[in-house]
Design a protein around this ligand. Structure first.
Ligand code: HEC
Length: 466
């Protein structure tokens, strides 16, 4: 099964997904934490013996926070959510198909939860002054519950991609859903959600306090709830260890080996997030009314740290999943592993990738995509380019991110051919070559040509500089 390749100049489709998905994850996580914060804060008012003025201030905050939720979560969240589906179905159509087919009821459940979440969010915001307070609180909890519920469901499917666990053998929905990283991933994401929402709440209440005249009592009350939310970030390191421990062994090795740079960045950010959590705990206990604890700057710093932690978790998850889209099942290049689909693997080996993929017209070959191509009329290096598009372009972008040309600059034909034969063994994060021996030779020709051209261009460039 093959799909048309999606050529995104310079950055490639994978990075487009990463950007859109990271944006969406941040928004979605904020929505979850914000729902819980609103529900807790509003319910807390029920038994609260504060003055009328302070209750009015808290209500004012809830209304304002509700508006942030609607704008950020519902408008930007929905747009970026649809953006993910567009970009993944273009860049990784096969993975999209697998996720839809194997988790159809998961997506359906998620969709229902999401509809209820959005409806209750709107009812809460627009009914704020007209609904009786007790009923409004029920709506808030429905919103919070469904928002977290949709995180629960999507987390099952996303964590499946990294650690399908027993699903590989059973193909059972629940084995895939409650996979090895399900709980640690849910725990991490919940904590990040709380941290993000808490930090935004602190910014609203601290940043706009003077301008809007929030009273001291309300300010303290809201800050203490928000601080508890941020304080949960202290759990991020133990949860991350728990998470890494549940990952497939090869992914753990990657995290601590070739992808160490990524891991180190994550650890620094997670360390900062823990520090933000400790600070929030300290501010709750000792900072009450203190000048420092109530400044806008620490609140902004907390938000930046929570954002960075959420984004880097996504990068690590994507990074250590290589060379797979679905671990042990589907490679990043869009071909199934030999264990998952032995028939396809045999066909690739005997007939070759070009015979299985009708979409591989090389650039400049004069052929239109989508028609059955007569690859035999092309030169070996041109055929190699087509093979490259089928197998390497998911991660290597000509002239752009992870460009192959400078990597293979000046390589000999023998070296190129030898590298292709051991792609997977040498660098575990690349899938093994999939195709017949004639195609492997063609790709070696192409890689060699790429390296030679790159060398020539480099020499011309240095001549010019001289
Ligand atoms: C899953 C993503 C992925 C795929 C698919 C992929 N690569 Fe890579 N490849 C990488 C990454 C990441 C690097 C590391 C780049 C670096 O070190 O800067 C890399 C490095 C390389 C290197 C340098 C290896 C070395 O010894 O330093 C070569 C050569 C290479 N790739 C060739 C290919 C070819 C040819 C294909 C297609 C058959 C391919 N790659 C497919 C991700 C991929």
């Amino acid at each position: 099964m093959a799909y048309p390749p999606w050529d995104v100049p310079y950055i490639g489709g994978g990075l487009v997904i990463a950007i859109v998905a990271t944006l969406h994850v941040i928004i979605a996580h904020f929505a979850v934490g914000a729902g819980l914060l609103v529900a807790c804060l509003d319910s807390g008012l029920a038994g609260h013996a504060g003055t009328e003025a302070s209750r009015a201030d808290v209500n004012d905050f809830l209304r304002r926070f509700g508006r942030v939720i609607i704008l950020v979560s519902f408008v930007a969240g929905v747009l970026s959510g649809v953006g993910i589906w567009f970009s993944v179905s273009l860049a990784s159509p096969r993975a999209t198909s697998i996720l839809i087919h194997h988790f159809l009821w998961g997506w359906a459940a998620e969709w229902v939860l999401f509809v209820v979440e959005v409806a209750s969010g709107y009812i809460y915001y627009y009914g704020f002054d007209t609904l009786p307070a007790s009923r409004r609180r029920v709506v808030a909890w429905i919103y919070a519950g469904t928002a977290w519920g949709s995180l629960f469901v999507v987390n099952g499917i996303l964590s499946f991609m990294l650690s399908p666990g027993r699903w590989i053998e059973t193909h059972d929905f629940w084995d895939g859903f409650f996979n090895p990283t399900f709980w640690p991933s849910l725990a991490l994401r919940t904590v990040l959600s709380l941290g993000l929402a808490g930090a935004v709440a602190l910014i609203i209440v601290r940043g706009s306090w003077k301008a809007r005249g929030f009273g001291e009592a309300a300010r303290r009350r809201i800050s203490s709830y928000a601080s508890i939310f941020v304080a949960t970030l202290v759990l991020i390191i133990p949860f991350s260890i728990f998470y890494l421990g549940a990952c497939p062994e090869a992914a753990q090795h990657l995290a601590l080996g070739d992808a160490m740079r990524l891991t180190r960045t994550y650890l620094v950010v997670a360390g900062l997030a823990s520090a933000a959590g400790v600070y929030a705990l300290w501010a709750m206990r000792y900072g009450d009314g203190g000048r420092f604890a109530y400044d806008l700057a620490p609140a902004l710093a907390m938000l930046v740290i929570a954002l960075a932690a959420t984004a880097s978790l996504e990068l690590v998850r994507e990074g250590i999943r290589k060379p797979y889209l679905v671990y042990d099942y589907l490679y990043s290049s869009g071909w199934m592993t030999a264990e998952a689909d032995p028939k396809e693997a045999r066909a690739l080996e005997t007939h070759g990738v070009l015979a299985l993929d009708p979409w591989l017209a090389p650039h400049g070959s004069g052929e239109g995509s989508g028609v059955a191509l007569d690859f035999s009329r092309l030169s070996s290096a041109q055929r190699g380019h087509a093979v490259y598009r089928a197998q390497c372009a998911a991660c290597h972008n000509l002239g752009g991110v992870n460009d192959l040309a400078p990597i293979v600059r000046g390589w000999s034909r023998v070296r190129a051919s030898d590298m292709l034969a051991h792609l997977h063994e040498r660098k575990f994060f690349m899938p093994p070559f999939a195709g017949n021996s004639e195609e492997q030779a063609a790709l070696a020709d192409y890689v060699w040509e790429l390296g030679t051209q790159s060398l020539a261009a480099g020499e011309a460039g240095s001549l010019q500089r001289e």
